[in-house]
Design a protein around this ligand. Structure first.
Ligand code: SF4
Ligand code: F3S
Length: 103
């Protein structure tokens, strides 16, 4: 499962599409965690898609990640600022790849 303490245990190594990238990153096999309020561990995501289907405010968008061992696309929390903290995505992800910091 995603480490809910990732902002302390990992370092922010950059930004992509306006989202924080938390390392380590070694593309294409290791992609780190993306996002801060809504965070997705790309190294756990298997592209199940339940988060995209169930999020009531469409926070997530697919991004292509060719060459990643778990899946060739990931759910990016592109619109994390729209999140209403319903926690549905956290509940439905089969591999617990998502953390929402509801405070
Ligand atoms: Fe969407 Fe709810 Fe997850 Fe926020 S907590 S990203 S609103 S499903
Ligand atoms: Fe990935 Fe979990 Fe969503 S596997 S696509 S983060 S439901």
């Amino acid at each position: 499962a995603i480490d809910p303490q990732f902002h302390e245990s990992r370092e922010q190594v950059g930004e992509e599409n306006g989202l924080a990238v938390w390392g380590p990153v070694d593309e294409p096999e290791e992609l780190g965690i993306r996002g801060t309020h809504v965070a997705v561990d790309y190294d756990l995501c298997i592209a199940d898609g339940a988060c995209l289907e169930d999020c009531p405010v469409d926070v997530f968008e697919w991004v292509d990640t060719p060459g990643h061992p778990e899946s060739e696309r990931k759910a990016e929390p592109t619109h994390e600022a729209q999140c209403i903290d319903c926690m549905l995505c956290v509940d439905v992800c089969p591999v617990d790849a998502i953390d929402v910091d509801a405070g």
